[in-house]
Design a protein around this ligand. Sequence first.
Ligand code: UDP
Length: 326
Amino acid sequence: MILVTGGAGYIGSHLVSALLERGEDVIVFDSLELGHMETVETLKELGNLKFVQGNLKNLDDIRGVFLVNKINAVVHFAAYSQVGESVINPQKYYYNNVYGTLNLLNAMLEFGVKKIVFSSTAAVYGEPKYTPIDENHPQNPINPYGNSKLMVERILDDYDRAYGLKSVRLRYFNACGADSKARIGEWHNPETHLIPNILKADSAKTFKMFGDDYDTKDGTCVRDYINVEDLASAHIKALEYLNNGGQTDYFNLGTNEGNSVKEVFAVCEAVKGEKIPVEICPRRAGDPAILVAENKKAKEVLCWKPCKDLNTSVKSAYEWEKVIPQ
Ligand code: UDP
């Protein structure tokens, strides 16, 4: 069985869907603080899924899962991921993202489970020194969220050296899009991400574009938008890699291409087939001008490649927006 922590959340649920469709037995462990029970119910229809509601901050919650299930590998998504919130409340981030992970790792070691795929982030690099960013780029996170993820990456290195626990850390750039059948998708409350915010905008709620005076092709920030189903397929490749005896390693997951906020906005307008009201606002604190992944390593070592372009992602996100439970 594969244990997926945070499997009721955005990226986690897309991996669970992909695993179930491959006939894998899956356990989702999720506190449902940010994940959704409706997502779990939808996933249950796709295959053999067990759901356990629990919190990684309680060692007994996660130990209990290992006690009664034969787990072969873990994919660990459960984490807080709001950069701005992490600056205001670092304690919440270190306690959940680092201490919670330590509890998970304790349980894994106790029950002899030695394979983990960990959700990391482009935020481990901090302010980009060059673009595209490869895995050798210096790691100087500029917020507690990025620090918490980098700390876990370092812990995972030490746990391999000391205990032989093998990990793959996947550093996501900007996840986007939804399930191609619109069964699951991005569902945050409040929503802060670009594509859902553009698609949700209407005459009552104008889309706020944060800054048009960056040193980029059109003045707006450039990001590497990677489709969530492509992210899911990278996790499957990472699990295969570990099952085949792969060594601890880390990979960027992105498309190698950047799109500006204005370009994404234009794609959203085309997909929606209407003008979307927009307001130019001041820059959002902490946004670097350009963040684009060099994805060569994941392609070469994991034999993964992204297949879905931005247009496909926005279309799927739009279909999901139409059916997202309120
Ligand atoms: N953005 C924006 N308006 C929004 C949300 C985001 O202009 O309502 C911009 C944001 O400033 C950044 C880009 O869109 O330049 C991507 O932001 P998002 O929050 O989606 O992802 P991040 O890059 O912060 O991980």
